[in-house]
Design a protein around this ligand. Structure first.
Ligand code: PLP
Length: 465
């Protein structure tokens, strides 16, 4: 399988190269040159597969030519062997024709584990084969950092450095990073805010001369194609469990960078009968404004009770735009040039296509708390704030689809206690058993001044030979 850039100018790359590359050299994002197609008969057969068999079936065309089948099967089994639920991503019914797909049974209690457990193993596998070592660098305001650390902690050929704003992440989030004690894991508390961390990251990727000879930085944020690929699987898993291909299923997705819901779009393009994809946003609603009013403009960041969706711009949206503009890289380059001013509008044709596929809805903090209460009262289901936003969006857009809807549950409620406490259930939610001792585990992290040269110095000194 070959991958091409959304801006049409970078060279086509293999899966392996794309995984190690991040952004394309023309500034675009990599997407598969063509998608594997599954017939109704293929999809029918999927209903009998367990999660790992299905994962192999869905993903193997994307790695074909790079990873032999038996090795890939083993990597999948290892990755999902870390999950604490036999179904990996179980469905729970919350209402008539309404289900929640729990994606939080991995090591860090958020959906990012589904992709990062696999990505860590894929990286290690590919690097060993190439006899190469890399440095993973990331900035986090919460979930991504811990999921990346858990994904890479056992990777012999990876040193991982995660930057987070000192004293500005929750205790559970901090401890999920700092209690991973491994010689290749470095958690760096920067005395600045999240933007500072992200700027350090950008500048470090732009000038990698501080690294030892022969090393390069690898990004594990959601622009990494391997993450999107892993997320396609659970759309098939949920839909076949609920009657696909004979029934069309809709999905409501709490959306930040558009990685998760883009995987749902790909599932549909690969043959899964998806009726509607619902973009659920918090007050950071650029995508809701884009779909409902053709207003794709940057607004100031709002800190919400669903912090993992606090974004100003959704980086993966460009991958959808590429398809909406018939894969015309020059058109995407033009749009992105327009967007440098802070706003852009879609062509009538692109907007119409987007509206055929997607509904959207915005849920603010007050409403999020109300929905957490509502769902608990109706069905004794305690949703985390991100999940609650997905559930509300599914309910509020009911007119745009019919039949079953699956709301993706992206985090365990114990991870976001602020919202759960404000809903009045602070006392009843506790960490799952495997993490019950999190608050007493040994922590290890390094506090660094808000100074990029100090960060680079620390990294250079701590990268293993
Ligand atoms: C990352 C994250 C999201 C947003 O996913 P995107 O792929 O960025 O749209 C939603 N909920 C939680 C809990 C997350 O960690």
């Amino acid at each position: 399988m070959k991958y091409i850039s959304t801006r049409g100018k970078a060279p086509a790359l293999s899966f392996e190269e794309v995984m190690l590359t991040g952004l394309a050299s023309d500034g675009g994002l990599y997407v598969p040159e063509q998608l594997p197609q599954f017939s109704a008969a293929d999809i029918k057969a999927m209903a009998d597969m367990d999660y790992t068999e299905l994962a192999f079936r869905i993903m193997s065309p994307f790695v074909a030519g790079d990873i032999p089948e038996d090795d890939f099967r083993q990597l999948i089994n290892d990755a999902y062997g870390q999950f604490r639920h036999q179904a990996i991503t179980p469905l729970v019914q919350t209402g008539h024709n309404e289900w929640v797909l729990e994606l939080f049974h991995g090591p860090t209690l958020a959906f990012k584990d589904v992709a990062l457990q696999l990505l860590g193993r894929l990286l290690d596998y590919v690097l060993k084969k190439r006899d190469q070592k890399v440095v993973v660098m990331g900035a986090t305001s919460g979930d991504t950092g811990s999921a990346a650390i858990e994904g890479c902690r056992h990777c012999d050929n990876v040193d991982i450095f995660i930057l987070y704003p000192h004293q500005r992440v929750s205790e559970v989030q901090r401890r999920q990073m700092t209690t991973v004690i491994s010689p290749n894991v470095h958690t760096l508390a920067v005395e600045g805010n999240f933007d500072d961390c992200q700027n350090f990251l950008k500048e470090s990727f732009a000038d990698q001369s501080f690294l030892p000879e022969g090393r390069q930085l690898v990004a594990v944020n959601s622009i990494n194609w391997a993450r999107i690929m892993a997320q396609i699987v659970y759309y098939f898993y949920a839909a076949t469990a609920l009657g696909a291909p004979d029934r069309k299923i809709s999905f409501s997705v709490p959306t930040g960078n558009f990685g998760d819901i883009f995987a749902g779009y790909l599932a549909k393009q690969m043959g899964l009968p998806v009726a509607r994809l619902i973009i659920a946003t918090n007050a950071n609603d650029i995508l809701h404004r884009c779909i409902s009013a053709n207003d794709h403009s940057k607004k100031e960041l709002i800190h919400s009770l669903s912090p993992s969706m606090d974004i100003m711009v959704s980086s993966n949206f460009e991958r959808l735009l590429f398809d909406l503009y018939d894969r015309d890289g020059a058109a995407i380059q033009g749009l992105m040039d327009d967007f440098k001013t802070g706003s852009m509008s879609l062509s009538e044709d692109a907007l119409a296509k987007a509206r055929e596929l997607f509904s959207s809805h915005r849920v603010d903090d007050a409403r999020t708390i109300q929905v957490i209460k509502e769902v608990l009262a109706q069905s004794e289901y305690l949703a985390d704030p991100h999940t609650a936003i997905g559930i509300d969006a599914a309910r509020q857009t009911r007119g745009s689809y019919s039949g079953p809807v699956v709301c993706l549950s992206t985090a365990h409620p114990a991870k976001f206690t602020d919202a759960v406490e404000r809903a009045g259930y602070g006392g009843v939610v506790s960490l799952p058993l495997h993490m019950a001792d999190l608050l007493s585990r040994e922590e290890r992290y390094t506090v660094l001044p808000n100074d990029l040269s100090k960060v680079k110095e620390y990294m250079a000194k701590n990268i293993r030979a």
